[in-house]
Write a protein that binds this ligand. Structure first.
Ligand code: HEM
Length: 520
């Protein structure tokens, strides 16, 4: 009788889809693009509903007030992450994003906060700006490669900020190693890639020869460690030679003792920041290009605004943003339209929690369905369309007359004590590149043989915890010869900034930078 009860919804839990014995809702749990199914269920079962995953419980929040109360105000109790054996196996519990609420997580988080403050993040502006100029230069020379130019940008910025070492090419060895490690990591984390070890812990003991997933984890672990500790060692050696260039990991290495960090945890701090900081930033910018191309009216208004404020004789700077009200709205709309992490990263409760008469048990997983919130037609007018103007009408873009005060602009960056520590660095990248791209280029859909625009599919996204648009094609042209010349001039003038981050480059990278500068 007890076995039959496993999987059924305990009294007091929020409502949810009907369960079956043992499995609960496991048989209907979506294995990809979960935010779509979670949103459908929210419309049916409400802003707070539960799913039974065998004996365990997950709660899905698609209600701004519930998110504010449970995740921000009661964050001390919802700060945990669900157990993830695979993550522990690969990263030994030291991946800050997925780590449980442990002493190691607290140490990592403290170190990240010390360095990623708004003031510290501003210190890295020169290299961010220089790299953003290279994005424009790269798009000018090879517009069809914009998707990878953007990805190169975000990984080069994070490598420069962390290790003081940039990646001039998409194929630079460090970026290639990162992309390979990241690909394997995403593969092992994918639902269904490993047996349900967190539900049936006995599976941990299956011998390696019968468990391909264990071999996959071991390979991913090696790829990550080679990259993380390789980069860390280079930074230590550089410090030893007295060749500091002010990067983040130098600071950490110098205050390792104070921060209570040994070499192992220091290596993983850097590693997780590359991982969390790279593809998130590029995903946002790729979505931005997609939206500008698919919504020409929004693009036109943004261009008119930047022309009025910045003009065509100079490139935009961060200080211009205060005057660019429409572009600020466009950035918020890009986050709303396609949030980089549609369900953030799952949280978990440390002890049982009560909300509006419901019991959320100890150890329950909590999904914050920001996608569902942002696409709720009770809150937002015409939520499926990209309409920056909504953020000019009301503070949080909600339809006039609706109370949107429980929302906040940085919700796409997370909740409570897990709020993204890289937010300032990320927002600087987003702001600089958004202004630059709008100032520099005209984006339009490709045309077919008869000259008709090929419609873009703004819903074609990659699967995973983080989403990025599937690579897509569009036509990108400089808005004027004057702007193209300014880009090349600025790129050339950034040489000195770049050079500080160009130590230990491979022969191919050295040749590449020499060639790109010789062209000027
Ligand atoms: C567009 C860019 C970015 C977006 C949208 C983004 C979003 C997020 C989200 C949604 C989370 C999970 C929050 C939660 O669980 O409540 C997160 C966590 C995290 N992010 Fe970001 N992020 C971005 C860029 C960055 C950058 C540039 C860095 C590093 C420099 C970074 C480092 C981290 C780390 C370390 C965590 C884990 C925090 C923890 O679990 O304690 N992120 N981010």
């Amino acid at each position: 009788f007890r076995l039959v009860k496993i999987g059924s919804r305990e009294p007091g839990l929020p409502p949810g889809p009907p369960t079956v014995p043992l499995l609960g809702n496991l048989h209907i749990f979506p294995t990809e693009f979960a935010h779509f199914r979670f949103t459908e269920w929210a419309r049916k079962y409400g802003g707070v509903y539960s799913l039974k995953i065998g004996p365990g419980t997950a709660v899905v929040l698609t209600d701004p007030t519930a998110v504010k109360v449970l995740m921000d105000q009661r964050s001390g109790n919802t700060v945990d992450r669900p157990a993830m054996h695979v993550a522990d196996r690969v990263a030994g519990g030291l991946n800050m994003v997925l780590a449980r609420y442990t002493e190691n997580w607290r140490t990592l988080r403290r170190a990240a906060h010390t360095i990623l403050t708004p003031q510290e993040s501003r210190k890295h502006l020169p290299i961010q700006q220089a790299e953003a100029t290279q994005v424009l230069h790269d798009i000018l020379s090879q517009p069809e490669g914009f998707y990878t130019h953007i990805r190169r940008y975000s990984s080069s910025v994070i490598l420069s900020v962390l290790y003081g070492k940039r990646a001039p090419r998409y194929e630079t060895p460090e970026t290639t190693a990162f992309f390979e490690a990241q690909h394997e990591w995403e593969r092992v984390l994918e639902l269904g890639a490993t047996p349900p070890i967190d539900l049936i812990p006995l599976l941990k003991y299956v011998p390696v020869r019968w468990a391909k997933w264990k071999r996959d984890c071991a390979r991913t672990r090696k790829l990550q460690r080679d990259l993380y500790f390789g980069l860390l060692n280079e930074t230590r050696e550089r410090l030893g030679r007295g060749e500091e260039n002010g990067c983040y990991m130098e600071e950490i290495l110098k205050s390792q003792e104070e921060l209570g960090m040994d070499l192992e945890i220091t290596g993983y701090l850097g590693g997780v920041l590359i991982e969390a900081g790279s593809d998130t930033t590029s995903s946002f910018l790729q979505t931005l290009v997609l939206a500008l191309t698919a919504y020409p009216e929004a693009q036109k208004k943004a261009q008119e605004e930047i022309d009025r404020v910045v003009g065509s004789h100079r490139m935009p700077t961060l200080d211009d943003l205060d005057e660019l009200r429409y572009i600020r709205a466009l950035i918020l709309e890009t986050h709303r339209f396609r949030p980089v992490a549609p369900m953030l990263v799952p949280h978990a409760t440390l002890t049982a929690e009560e909300y509006k008469g419901y019991i959320i048990p100890k150890g329950a997983t909590i999904f914050v369905n920001v996608y569902g919130i942002f696409h709720d037609s009770d809150l937002f007018d015409d939520p499926e369309n990209f309409i920056p103007e909504r953020f000019l009408l009301t503070e949080n873009g909600t339809r006039p007359g609706v109370d949107g005060s429980d929302l906040r602009h940085n919700l796409p960056f997370g909740v409570g004590r897990r709020l993204c520590p890289g937010i300032h660095l990320a927002q600087n990248s987003i702001n600089i590149n958004t202004m630059n791209l709008i100032w520099a280029f005209q984006f339009s859909p490709d045309t077919d043989a008869s000259g008709n625009p090929i419609p873009l599919d703004t819903s074609a996204y990659q699967r995973g915890i983080l989403t990025a648009p599937e690579p897509f094609r569009c036509t990108i042209k400089p808005r004027s010869k004057e702007r193209a010349d300014i880009i090349e001039q600025e790129f050339f003038e950034a040489t000195d900034t770049f050079k500080k981050f160009e130590y230990g480059l491979s022969a191919e990278d050295r040749e590449f930078v020499a060639k790109s500068r010789a062209q000027e």
